[in-house]
Design a protein around this ligand. Structure first.
Ligand code: SF4
Length: 438
C-alpha cells in the first residue's frame, strides 16, 4: 500500500453546506479507520465524490465531476478507484449504477456510515505508487457547519429533498453537542447550525427540546464561540427563538428565512403558504424583537404558471429591501415532483431571464442596505489572507459563503476584531481595525 496508513483518499464535495457536513463526517470515519487525505485527486488511491442532485443543474455538475475522476491516470490504469456518494445515488439508485459501471461503489446519503466499508472495497490491489504530497491536515477553518437534522416532511411541490434525504429526523442533542465541541477543538470560532428545516429541530424528540433551547444551550456552553442558525422556515420563527437570539451576544443577529415567493396562489401551488403581507409583517416583527438583525431569504423565479404580474410583484418585493440578502433561483423542473406535472411551465430561457432580472433587482437593494453600514463599528472574525496579502473576515451580518466578506487592515486569522466600516462594494465591506477584542 502506498503512502501512509491504509490508503490515501481525496474527498471531493459538491453542493451545499449540508453536504460539506456529510463529507466531514465521512472524513472522520475514514481517518479513524486509518486513511489519510490529499487535496489532489490525481494522487489518491480512492476519490470519493460526494454528489449533489437536488436540481438538474447540480446533478449535471456532479456527473461531470465523477466523469473527470474516471479520467484520472491512476483510475484509468487500475491503480485508483472512484466512489460515488451522497444525493445522486440516493436519488437515482440502480439507474445510476447502470449508467456509471466504472464506479467502484455507491454510498447514498442515508448509508454514509458505510463509507469505510465502501472505500475498503474500492481500494485497488496495486494502489497509486507515485510520490505524492499527502496533506498533513488541512488548515483548520475558522468556521464550521454543524448539521442538526436531516430530511424534510414538508413536500414543497418543486423539491426533491424529501425523496433524497427521507423523512425529517432531528439529531440527538448529545451528538450535536459532540460535533460542536469537535469543531471548536479543531479551531472553529464560529459554528453555523444547518439542516433542511432548522426551526423544526426537536419536534420529534420530546417537548423540552426546541431550536431555541438548543441554540441557547450551545451558546451558553461555549461563550467564546459565535453561533449562527440558517434555513429557518417562516413558521419556525417563534418568539422564543427571537428572544434567544436577542439575548445572547454570541448568537449572530441574523436569520435566514426562505419564503420562495410572495404571491399567495403561487405559494399555495408550491404547497408552502403565506403571502406578501404576512412575510412583511414577519420581517417587521423580527426586526422589532432582534435589534439590528440581518435577514436573508431565497426566491424562486419562473414557477409554473407565474404570470408577468406575479413576477412584477416579486420584483417589487425584492426592491423594497424587506430582506437584506436574497438568494435567487430559477425554477428547476424536477422529475418525481408534483410541480413537474403543473401546467404553465415556462421555457428555460424565460426562467433564466426572470431569475437574472430578479437577481439584479435584489442585488441593488442589498448593495444599498450594505452601504448603510459605512461609519458603523462591527465585530469581524478574521478568516484568512488573500493571495495579495489582504486580510478578510466576516461580520455577524455576513454568513459564510453567501453574503460577501469584510476586508480589514490588521489582525490574526481566527481572531475577532472591531472594525470601522469605511467602504462597501455590493456585498463586500472594507474597514480599519479599531481595537482587538480577542
Ligand atoms: S422545506 Fe420544502 S424546499 Fe425545503 S427541503 Fe423541505 S420540501 Fe424541500
Amino acid at each position: 500500500m502506498a503512502g501512509n496508513g491504509r490508503g490515501v483518499v481525496c474527498l471531493c464535495t459538491l453542493g451545499c453546506a449540508k453536504n460539506e457536513v456529510d463529507s466531514e463526517k465521512m472524513r472522520r470515519r475514514l481517518s479513524a479507520a486509518g486513511y489519510t487525505f490529499c487535496d489532489d485527486a490525481a494522487a489518491a488511491d480512492v476519490v470519493v465524490v460526494n454528489t449533489c442532485s437536488f436540481i438538474q443543474a447540480a446533478t449535471e455538475e456532479s456527473i461531470q465531476a465523477v466523469l473527470e475522476a474516471f479520467e484520472l491516470p491512476q483510475v484509468v490504469e487500475g491503480r485508483g478507484a472512484v466512489v460515488v456518494a451522497g444525493c445522486m445515488p440516493a436519488r437515482y439508485g440502480a439507474e445510476l449504477e447502470r449508467e456509471l459501471p466504472e464506479a467502484a461503489a455507491f454510498v447514498p446519503c442515508a448509508d454514509e456510515s458505510r463509507i469505510v466499508e465502501a472505500v475498503d472495497r474500492a481500494m485497488p490491489a496495486a494502489p497509486c505508487e507515485q510520490v505524492r504530497a499527502v496533506a498533513a491536515a488541512a488548515d483548520a477553518p475558522v468556521f464550521s457547519y454543524v448539521k442538526i437534522s436531516d430530511g424534510c416532511d414538508r413536500r414543497c411541490a418543486y423539491c426533491t429533498i424529501p425523496d433524497i434525504r427521507g423523512a425529517y429526523h432531528s439529531f440527538p442533542f448529545d451528538d450535536i453537542a459532540a460535533d460542536v465541541r469537535a469543531a471548536i477543538e479543531a479551531g472553529a470560532r464560529e459554528v453555523v447550525l444547518v439542516a433542511q428545516d432548522t426551526g423544526r429541530w426537536g419536534a420529534d424528540l420530546g417537548e423540552r427540546h426546541d431550536i431555541a433551547w438548543l441554540l441557547a444551550t450551545l451558546a451558553d456552553a461555549h461563550p467564546e464561540t459565535l453561533f449562527r442558525i440558517m434555513y429557518v422556515q417562516p413558521d419556525g420563527v417563534t418568539d422564543r427563538l427571537l428572544e434567544t437570539i436577542a439575548t445572547h451576544e454570541n448568537i449572530a443577529s441574523y436569520l435566514d428565512v426562505p419564503i420562495q415567493h410572495v404571491d399567495a396562489s403561487l405559494l399555495r401551488a408550491m404547497r408552502r403558504g403565506g403571502d406578501r403581507q404576512r412575510f412583511e409583517q414577519l420581517a417587521d416583527h423580527i426586526r422589532t424583537q432582534v435589534p439590528n438583525v440581518t435577514l436573508r431569504t431565497t426566491l424562486i423565479a419562473g414557477f409554473p404558471g407565474e404570470t408577468e404580474a406575479q413576477f412584477d410583484e416579486l420584483l417589487d418585493f425584492a426592491a423594497s429591501g424587506c430582506f437584506d440578502y436574497v438568494g435567487v433561483f430559477p425554477y428547476s423542473r424536477e422529475e418525481g415532483t408534483e410541480a413537474f406535472h403543473l401546467e404553465g411551465q415556462l421555457s428555460e430561457d424565460e426562467k433564466e431571464r426572470r431569475a437574472q432580472v430578479l437577481r439584479d433587482t435584489a442585488d441593488a437593494a442589498s448593495a444599498h442596505a450594505v452601504s448603510q453600514r459605512c461609519g458603523h463599528v462591527e465585530r469581524v472574525l478574521i478568516e484568512g489572507v488573500e493571495e495579495d496579502g489582504q486580510l478578510f473576515g466576516r461580520t455577524q451580518q455576513q454568513a459564510p459563503e453567501v453574503d460577501g466578506v469584510t476586508y480589514v487592515d490588521a489582525g490574526d486569522v481566527g481572531s475577532f476584531v472591531k472594525v470601522m466600516i469605511e467602504d462597501t462594494l455590493l456585498y463586500d465591506m472594507e474597514g480599519s481595525v479599531r481595537h482587538e477584542s480577542s
